[in-house]
Design a protein around this ligand. Structure first.
Ligand SMILES: [Zn+2]
Length: 271
């Protein structure tokens, strides 16, 4: 079974299309992110994010077994905390996606959103590492997310293993191991949706597996819907190829491809 824990919506997809795509890709469950990178949706426009969250809710509603909705809010908007409360009340919204663009993960405005997330038991998927807008990478360094430790019980995932700051991401995860915190109890997970260009991937994977371990690592395709199942499948095959190259055992593959994410979202009892 495969969980795609990082799949973008664009606002143009339909539920039927999404389910067909997942079937074709052999993906059982997908964590779908509300649209914010495709027009008319934008992180700058609070109204568009609210519309995107409503679109996402309609998209996933009635398919709780396969589709998990992650709302998007921008802490720079004065009503971000209320927007999150409103989004969380919509059917099918079970998580939050955030991208620091113009704010740091330790800023007061972000803490106000974290307070709502922890109260409503919504895990947060953070972008981490260099960002596609070519301007916001400096806000997204992995160690900045240590601020979430001020909210015990808040569960977060750092996407892309923080590339190019993968060592820093590993260090954030490693601290819990050093302090005797079990992976399941840690506030941090890391996703291996590709940030790193191919030449870096084997090294990045090998270090992450060794340092933070498979129970802290989850798969995400980082693809944009609407797309074909084959498009997602290629992301899965790229990961499998690296598993083969570095000799990852079957149990660890299954952990990365579904168990870590299932445990993070509490989709099933901890393994
Ligand atoms: Zn993404």
């Amino acid at each position: 079974m495969i969980i795609d824990a990082h799949l973008h919506t664009s606002g143009r997809e339909t539920t039927g299309e999404v389910l067909r795509t997942l079937d074709d890709a052999d993906v059982e469950v997908a964590f779908l992110l509300a649209p914010f990178l495709t027009e008319p949706y934008s992180l700058e426009d609070a109204g568009s994010l609210r519309a995107g969250n409503r679109h996402l809710s309609r998209l996933v509603e009635g398919h709780r077994d396969r589709l998990v909705g992650f709302a998007v809010v921008n802490p720079l908007h004065p009503e971000a905390a209320e927007d999150l409360e409103r989004a969380a009340a919509l059917p099918g919204i079970r998580g939050l996606k955030m991208v620091p663009t113009g704010w740091y993960p330790y800023d007061d405005c972000a803490h106000r959103v974290y307070e709502v997330a922890v109260r409503l038991d919504l895990p947060i998927l953070f972008h981490s590492g260099i960002f596609i807008d070519g301007r916001s990478g400096r806000f997204c360094r992995p160690s900045f997310y240590e601020a979430v430790r001020e909210h015990p019980g808040l569960r977060v995932t750092l996407a892309h293993l923080g590339w190019p700051w993968c060592d820093e991401a590993n260090a954030v995860g490693l601290i819990d191991r050093i302090n005797g915190v079990e992976p399941a109890e840690s506030q941090f997970r890391f996703d291996i949706s590709f940030g790193p260009p191919p030449i870096y991937r084997e090294e990045v994977f090998r270090k992450a597996l060794d340092v933070i371990g498979p129970r802290s690592i989850q798969f995400g395709s980082d693809r944009f819907l609407p797309c074909s199942g084959a498009h997602i499948r290629r992301a899965i095959d790229e990961v499998k190829q690296i598993f083969d190259e570095i000799g990852v055992v079957q149990a660890d593959r299954e952990t990365i491809m579904n168990k870590t994410a299932a445990e993070w979202l509490r989709l099933c009892p901890a393994p």
